[in-house]
Design a protein around this ligand. Structure first.
Ligand SMILES: [Zn+2]
Length: 244
């Protein structure tokens, strides 16, 4: 009888601990419609590694963490499954998609080319003010590295790339990159402490913006692609070490 009770209440996660980890995200999500709210919280939690890749979690546990009934949580999970973020396992809950080397390789091959194109297009359209904004972001990145605040660096690095994509003013291009952005972000966060401090990326970001400032689109494209390629090699190597 005692065993039975233990079984029924057994948790794959520590509800209170997960609640604490998720609190900053929960506080920041302003959406009030429950299914959408659950979706936004879970997506951010997975993206920021508050829920780790490969982990299996029960639907009722997430409902408890979020203080909701199971129906909106299930709706959110189904959407996350169609987006390839989680995998629903009948009667067991859902598994957060692991970060696979093969997926990353494929994503990088596409994103490298597209971000190169974005840098080229943005070179033709950016204003002086926007270029100053990019230069300011690089300074903030350098400051974050000097203060060893690598999570802040990752956020700023992401913002820098996002801005260039935005400045390219091509909705279809940004949509394709956006689909893969979370997966790349997770891989970067996961390996952040296993890579050298990212000073090299500061040098490369400066080179990219210098090409844009000189209105040399081809050079901006080439320097963005080689920047992404170097980062890819570094991240894939760090991931291999992690799983070995
Ligand atoms: Zn970068």
């Amino acid at each position: 009888m005692k065993d039975q009770t233990t079984k029924n209440t057994a948790s794959s996660i520590n509800i209170q601990k997960v609640q604490e980890d998720l609190e900053p995200i929960i506080m920041n999500v302003t959406e009030r419609k429950l299914p959408l709210r659950a979706y936004q919280i879970l997506r951010l939690a997975i993206r920021n590694l508050k829920l780790l890749p490969g982990k299996t979690i029960l639907e009722r546990e997430i409902a408890e963490v979020l203080g909701m009934s199971r129906t909106p949580v299930r709706e959110a999970l189904i959407r996350l499954q169609t987006e390839g973020v989680v995998n629903l396992i009948p009667r067991k809950g859902f598994k957060i998609e692991p970060i696979e080397e093969r997926d990353l390789r494929e994503i990088y091959e596409v994103v490298e080319m597209l971000e190169g194109l974005a840098a080229k297009l943005a070179t033709n359209t950016t204003s002086e003010e926007e270029i100053l904004n990019l230069e300011w972001l690089i300074e903030q990145q350098e400051k974050a590295i000097n203060e060893k605040d690598l999570e802040e660096w990752a956020r700023l690095d992401n913002l820098f790339h996002f801005k260039i994509i935005e400045f390219a003013e091509n909705k279809r291009l940004s949509n394709v990159i956006e689909v893969h952005a979370d997966q790349l972000y997770r891989a970067r966060l996961l390996t952040i402490n296993k890579r050298p401090l990212p000073f090299q990326s500061i040098v490369e970001h400066r080179a990219i913006v210098a090409c844009m400032r000189a209105r040399n689109g081809d050079a901006a494209q080439a320097s963005m692609q080689s920047h992404r390629k170097r980062a890819r090699t570094e991240i894939l190597t760090a991931l291999q070490d992690q799983y070995e």
